[in-house]
Design a binder for this molecule. Sequence first.
Ligand SMILES: Cc1ncc(COP(=O)(O)O)c(C=O)c1O
Length: 401
Amino acid sequence: MTQMSFDEIKKLFDDCVIANYSRIPIAFVRAEGSHIWDSEGNRYVDLMPGWGTSTIGHCHPRVVTALQRQAAMLIHVDNTFYTQPQGLLAQKISQHSFGGKCFFCNSGAEAVEAAIKLARLHKEKDGRYKIITMRDSFHGRTMGAITATGQDKYHKGYLPLLPGFSHVDFNDLDAVKDATDDQTCAVMLEPIQGEGGINLATDEFFAGLRAFCDQEGLLLIADEVQTGIGRTGRWFGYQHYGIEPDIMVLAKALGGGVAIGAMVAKPEVAQSLAPGTHASTFGGNPLACAAALATFKVIEEEDLIEVCRRTSEHIFDRLRQMAEKYSIIQEVRGRGVMCGVELNRPGAPVFQYCLDNKVRLNCTHETVVRLLPAINVPRDALDEGLDVLDEAFQKAEKGEI
Ligand SMILES: Cc1ncc(COP(=O)(O)O)c(C=O)c1O
């Protein structure tokens, strides 16, 4: 395929692609690890590879090989039959989490939908269908997932939403208790709110929720779409809290950059999803599962959970040093390689300065500069990116950007 110029690619989009994204005028063409190249040959340090999907770096050679081998052997089989990659992947997820059983789909929102449906199905006999979620949460863009999402901006234009949802303040256990009635079936939260600005669940909140759910017979659902698969320095974010959810949803990093989602449920809950109750044509296809299996093996064999902890220490040391230098920084927070820097002003100019200087990161919730680098980002690439971020903060502090 001949490489098109940026202008040629953009024209295709202007003519033929729905403009539901505000796109930055850059077309990326190839990537490797923590670097990505655009159509004009520029190289960027990518501190947000694949928007949190490429947690082991872009195009990891073992993921590429697994995909090539699987593609040559068997790309797709429908779920009316068995396939080895899906079974092996379910085993890996189960072994590294809470011994749950898996349902596979293709994205985070679909995994959230599956969790909502399973929670309702499991509690249907008790007449319970209501779900409590958190303000500032983000659970995806399908109707069920936006209803669960506790941010009004995602609801605009789509009313009426699904009945039976309420949103309470994050980290407020009393608010969850007040919102619970005898029709409530589940509580859902992210261990760290990602889109909501890198907000960590407190120990008391998560542990308190587990105890409250046990007491009231509610299901606890952890949305690990952004926190899962090693990003926080444990396999899953809930593992920092000494508790287990009843249901967990995964996507993003699960496939090492390939589209796949999963809902994992304790066996006694999972059995409610009987034949005919839910399905996905592409869910758990051999190609995506082969990529996900390779991702698990890379993390296990290259000891990337430990690597994540070391990478994390370095990033947070540097970000805290920046916080000491620049008064525009209100707070540095996060865990593992899920990092947020809250500013006392919009973060967009910082984001733009970094991009202009060939460093890719993100700004979320208006004022939070977010970094989701690969766990195994090489130290020199990381420092190159953080040096540019430091300069950006310096310029913002001086009012130069
Ligand atoms: C916590 C969380 N849940 C769900 C989703 C939705 O995932 P997807 O975009 O794959 O549907 C996201 C996406 O950012 C997310 O961060």
